[in-house]
Design a protein around this ligand. Structure first.
Ligand code: AMP
Ligand code: MG
Length: 329
């Protein structure tokens, strides 16, 4: 199968619609990462996504809809706090989990009685979703467990030969996957952290819990138990306070003739003064935006990426650290 990257226009949208309607999968941009979408109403189409990615079959998918889509047809009950959160943050990088009305294929939620729904803000994503006017089940458009894609080229690098159409919407502005919020209880609960932080949610909803996996207990968000986001080279992760330890390991690696790179924020890069650096940026939104891009750049040039965690660990950095420790843990 030939894989092509298309600018988003009338021609490529018509092609994408044709592929989706015939049960195929299309890669499309969002403000978080690129998604691999298929018709959420079609069992075979949804199974196709798992096959293309090599995704474990018990890791449920998020359904994406355009901003005027009638959500009430997909889910059973929308609590008041969700309506407030939607007003504050949607379209945007917040996925909400509801009781499913069972309209979409059971393959989407892997048999769970809940459904995760997201309304992306990326203009190209909205155009695509409007044009097909179907609920689109979409995980990130990468081979399972590899680093998520934030450019059309990243998608191509992973899925060349496995899909025919990649819609190109430029580099994703957010850079890490959406916040996943369980909205089935009296109080919303963060299952996966992202750019919409727990504090931001609590400010609107009054309260917000955060889920932590407990050993031996059934996980509430099956994706959490999997290894994720790994670059194809060796990795290490140091805390900010151990940054000079990281520098020592870097120097050791170089002595042994290994291609070593340090991945860190701009401040640490300046302090350590090394040549082989993957700079993540100066503030939390830059760091989130550049994380996957730099991990993918790193695996091309480095035999080992030595990452130094930023000093700041709250807000958006909770989500960044979650990915960084899965990538380099
Ligand atoms: P990905 O598509 O790779 O960004 O992963 C989607 C994430 O959403 C995974 O962590 C899933 O476990 C989570 N998710 C999707 N649907 C549900 C659901 N119905 N209940 C809980 N978590 C979900
Ligand atoms: Mg993913």
């Amino acid at each position: 199968m030939e894989t092509r990257i298309y600018n988003i226009d009338g021609h490529s949208l018509a092609l994408a619609k044709k592929i989706i309607e015939s049960g195929g999968a299309v890669a499309f941009p969002t403000e978080t990462v690129y998604g691999l979408g298929a018709n959420a109403l079609n069992d075979e189409a949804v199974r196709g996504i798992y096959a293309i990615k090599g995704r474990p079959s018990d890791n449920p998918l998020i359904v994406h809809v355009h901003k005027d889509y009638d959500l009430s047809s997909l889910v059973d009950f929308i609590p008041e706090y969700s309506k407030e959160l939607a007003k504050a943050f949607l379209p945007g990088p917040l996925t909400m989990v509801y009781r499913s009305s069972k309209k979409v294929s059971p393959v989407v939620s892997c048999g769970l009685d809940t459904l995760a729904v997201r309304i992306p803000s990326h203009e190209g994503a909205q155009e695509f979703l409007k044009y097909v006017d179907l609920p689109i089940a979409a995980p990130s458009a990468n081979i399972s467990k590899h680093v998520s894609p934030v450019t059309a080229q990243h998608v191509f690098d992973d899925l060349n030969g496995r899909i025919s159409c990649i819609l190109d919407g430029g580099k994703c502005s957010g850079g890490i996957e959406s916040t996943v919020l369980d909205c089935t209880g009296d109080v919303p609960c963060v299952l996966r952290s992202g750019l919409v932080t727990r504090d931001m949610i609590a400010q609107v909803a009054g309260e917000c819990d955060e889920y932590h996996m407990v050993e031996g207990e059934k996980v509430r968000s099956p994706g959490m138990k999997y290894k994720h986001y790994s670059p194809r080279c060796m990795t290490r992760l140091y805390s900010y306070s151990d940054r000079f330890e990281a520098l020592r390991e870097y120097t050791e690696c170089k002595k042994r003739g290994l291609k070593a790179y340090i991945m860190c924020d701009d401040g640490v890069a300046e302090e350590l003064k090394i040549n082989d650096v993957l700079k993540l940026g100066a503030d939390e939104s830059e760091i989130a935006r550049n994380l996957y891009d730099k991990l993918r750049e790193g695996e091309q040039v480095a035999e080992i990426i030595i990452a130094v965690a930023p000093l700041k660990q709250d807000g958006v950095m909770v989500g960044v650290m979650n990915r960084l420790s899965k990538a380099c843990g």
